[in-house]
Design a protein around this ligand. Structure first.
Ligand code: CAA
Length: 283
């Protein structure tokens, strides 16, 4: 099956990046969010990214214009009836995701594939909210989507080979490298990344070193492009906490216990870059 039109649900950091890479690959995109201002903010981010590419000579003004023309803003899900694929990139919350998927199941054509960009929640459980679990799949992009090469592709219990192959081909078409992983909490990426970030937060909590020193150690000592605390601020501390809780609940093992300092920051509204304060301050 060839994917010609995609609906992306959620115009935040991940959703806008997902919309951008699909439009850049020549695919028509509907970018949906619950409020018009959220969709506009997403389109502004995409426009800025493309303008930067034009300034660097990697894209022409005309190409930028054509890419932007392929992105159609939406605040009404009814338009979902026309698409070959939906990629859901709404907030990490099982209740919200299952509600969206059951609604999509009613509105979309029976042939439409329903993918979720969840970073840790079980695909099989999301699929169970629909009458087409065989057409539900995980398509987990990394942040920032236009830059990072990986897409984790996760089958639910019922996902067919045809759906899997379609998504694998699409990931390649949008310039990514798909890697198949199984449906376990956090998949591979966040099962390994988040405990490292959580451990870095424990190191702050226990006074092992200052955040800047911890980041320097990991950057200079391990060649990580960003230190774990800078990365946590970049991802969003609320998202980090949610993923740690999903790992903790899913495996029942104390090694995934979220650091109390992470909980405290989230309670304070210090969510990282997006709120101007996390382990660092941002203007
Ligand atoms: N959006 C779009 N493009 C961006 C960008 C953004 N937010 N940030 C940087 N870029 C682009 C730049 O324009 C530049 O592009 P060109 O090569 O075309 O010139 C390129 O990325 C490199 O940027 P910079 O030179 O400014 O900065 P850098 O070399 O420090 O790279 C970075 C920035 C790519 C973000 C790098 O710091 C990095 O790889 N950080 C780690 C990111 C990471 O680990 N992501 C995974 C997060 S976990 C996740 O996403 C899973 C989850 O479920 C939570």
């Amino acid at each position: 099956m060839s994917i010609k039109k995609v609906l992306v649900i959620g115009a935040g950091q991940m959703g806008s990046g997902i919309a951008q890479v699909h439009a850049m690959a020549g695919i028509d995109v509907i970018l949906h969010d619950i409020k018009e201002e959220f969709v506009q903010r997403g389109i502004t981010t995409i426009t800025k990214n493309l303008t930067r590419q034009v300034d660097k000579g990697k894209l022409t003004e005309k190409e930028k214009h054509l890419i932007l023309k392929r992105i159609h803003p939406s605040t009404k899900l009814e338009q979902a009836s026309e698409v070959d694929l939906v990629i859901e990139a709404a907030v990490e919350n099982m209740e919200i995701k299952t509600k969206i998927f059951s609604e999509l199941d009613e509105i979309t054509s029976p042939t439409t594939i329903l993918a979720t960009n969840t970073s840790s929640l079980p695909i099989t459980e999301i699929a169970a909210a629909t009458n087409r679990p065989e057409k539900v799949i995980g398509m987990h992009f990394m942040n920032p989507v236009p830059v990072m090469k990986l897409v984790e592709v996760i089958r639910g219990l019922a996902t067919t080979d045809e759906v899997f192959n379609t998504i694998e081909d699409l990931a390649k078409k949008v310039g990514k490298t798909p890697v198949e992983v199984n449906d376990f909490p956090g998949f591979v990426s966040n099962r390994i990344l988040m405990p490292m970030i959580n451990e870095a937060i424990f190191a702050v909590y226990e006074g092992v070193a200052e955040p800047k020193a911890i980041d320097e150690v990991m950057k200079l000592g391990m060649n990580h492009p960003m230190g774990p605390l800078t990365l946590a601020d970049f991802i969003g501390l609320d998202t980090c906490l949610y993923i740690m809780e999903t790992l903790h609940d899913g495996f029942g093992d104390d090694k995934y216990r979220p650091c109390p300092l992470l909980r405290k920051y989230v309670k304070a509204g210090w969510l990282g870059k997006k709120t101007g304060r996390g382990f660092y301050e941002y203007n």
